[in-house]
Design a protein around this ligand. Structure first.
Ligand code: BG6
Length: 491
């Protein structure tokens, strides 16, 4: 049985106006790179398009001198990226206004002058008080020298910095990087980005839990049997072999995105929705997480990975990881949290599943060999996202026969979904208005590396898996007696 639930078409949320940020010079380090191309340049245009960039702004693309391009070439690059990835048609008049505020200035840590002059010029053009925002979309190995350069040249004054993931590669490197960052910027001016937190449907976990009397009373160990955060991806490593060899699926996806989602799922009700209160509660979850036990981790590598460009022929880097973690609190004690993610898998999905316990007494008799899936609340958080409740209902007829049923709420069919911002757009805007709610904090990140230490020190061997599958067979033993919600069964 299927029921689809949609929301109103005139949403309250859309009626609220997002604040316009104060005047800004935005510097994109890594402006010729993949992230700038796919997300940042299209995202900034989109913000300009919907009127959420400041009245006075300039965007300076930057990269090491060896990749320097002219202002015009940077505008062309931005146009191509926007056409390809913004998902919206370009409004020519708005584009002209946006493009004339774009320029390019090379920057190397030991030759910062062109950038310093470009920032000063941009500030003069805008006039009055201007904030600076630096987005470090560069390899993690370059963070330290770039931050040092910002400090040494005075560019860090009146400035905020957005730092891409992964933030460190273990506890020690994360601590060291935090020390470097804090030697130049105050924590309030640091925005460690995790774009999963900018997804509408991830934010909606907070709304679902704390705006409704329906869910929160059962959101605990008395009613919940298990939780799954499942993020399979069909894409392979492609041209990112060299990056992946340094990173692997655990560092790339789990210690960042999946743990952050888990933080939202597991947190206690915050005292308010301020950034501080929410982050405090999220960090408390991380504090209560048990160290990752390598015996409860399955690492996998897709067949063919070792022949990808930039990959060692005997690499044992994982392209897949599934693990169980526990949270030692009154609310969650004894509830297993299963996380899974990997490349070259059967589907690209981002799904959170809450599995509920059976009622205390089973008064509906099952036929011999008959079994039903447990009640599950399934939150698909790949934007636009959906929420589905899976439950049992009576099959019409003279006997008391049960059948699986579900009710679905779809974002894409509700709330004039066109008003939503893509994750990076949302987070860029939040950084400009100084809102830390959806960013990660130094202590939280360090704690996540700390609980990851046993796994990083003693990783279990990698199992090969066939591209297009759901990972190595060992994932079924890991989750037994439960089952992975994905792949979804058709009822
Ligand atoms: C990135 C990872 O942070 O997130 C990639 O480095 C991954 O490996 C990507 O593919 C997934 O994010 P999205 O935008 O598809 O939700």
């Amino acid at each position: 049985m299927k029921t689809t639930v949609t929301g109103p078409t005139q949403p309250a949320a859309a009626r609220r106006t997002a604040p316009k940020p104060p005047n800004h010079v935005i510097v994109l380090f890594g402006a010729t790179g993949d992230l700038a191309h796919r997300k940042l340049l299209p995202g900034l245009y989109q913000l300009a398009h919907v009127g959420l960039l400041p009245d006075g702004y300039r965007i300076i693309g930057s990269a090491p001198a060896q990749f320097a391009i002219s202002d015009d070439d940077f505008r062309k690059l931005a146009r191509k990226a926007t056409q390809e990835f913004s998902g919206a048609t370009i409004d020519e008049e708005k584009w002209r206004g946006f493009a004339e505020r774009l320029s390019f200035a090379p920057a190397d840590p030991d030759r910062p002058d062109p950038l310093v002059q470009a920032v000063q010029r941009a500030e003069k053009d805008i006039g009055g008080d201007v904030l600076r925002l630096y987005h470090l979309a560069i390899p993690p190995s370059a963070f330290t020298s770039m931050i040092g350069m910002l400090g040494a040249t005075g560019l860090a004054k009146n400035a905020r910095v957005i730092i891409e993931k992964p933030f460190g590669h273990d506890l020690e490197s994360a601590r060291k990087l935090n020390r470097v960052v804090h030697s130049v910027f105050k924590e309030d001016d640091v925005f460690r980005i995790d774009h999963f937190l900018g997804k509408e449907s991830v934010d909606n976990i907070l709304a679902l839990r704390f705006a409704n009397g329906l869910f929160e009373p059962v959101w605990n160990r008395s009613h919940i049997d298990y939780v799954q955060v499942d993020v399979p991806e069909t894409l392979s490593i492609g041209s990112r072999g060299a990056f992946y060899e340094q990173t692997g699926a655990f560092r790339d996806m789990v210690v960042t995105h999946l743990f952050q989602v888990l933080g939202f799922v597991a947190m206690e009700p915050p005292t308010s929705l301020t950034a501080r209160a929410l982050t405090d509660e999220k960090v408390k979850v991380f504090e209560a997480m048990k160290p990752v036990n390598p015996a409860r981790v399955v690492r996998g590598q897709y067949e063919g990975y070792r022949s990808e460009a930039g990959v060692a022929p005997d690499s044992d880097v994982e392209t897949f990881v599934a693990l169980e973690v526990g949270i030692d609190t009154w609310r969650w004690s004894g509830v297993p949290f299963y996380l899974r993610t990997g490349k070259s898998l059967a589907e690209s999905r981002q799904v959170l599943t809450i599995g509920f316990k059976e009622p205390p007494r089973r008064m509906f008799q099952l036929e011999e060999g008959e079994s039903f899936d447990p009640n599950e609340l399934v939150i698909d958080f790949a934007d636009p996202g959906s929420i589905t409740a899976h439950f049992l209902a009576k099959v019409p007829g003279p006997t008391m026969e049960l059948g699986p049923a579900h009710m679905t709420f779809k974002y894409g069919e509700s709330f004039c979904s066109a008003v939503g911002l893509e994750a990076y757009q949302r987070l860029l805007h939040d950084a400009m208005i100084g809102d830390h709610t959806l960013f990660t904090r130094a202590d939280g990140i360090e704690r996540l590396w700390e609980i990851s230490t046993p796994l990083l020190q003693q990783p279990p061997p990698v199992h090969p898996y066939a591209p297009g599958s759901w990972g190595p067979a060992a994932i079924h033993q890991l989750i037994a007696p439960y089952r992975w919600h994905l792949p979804e069964q058709e009822h």
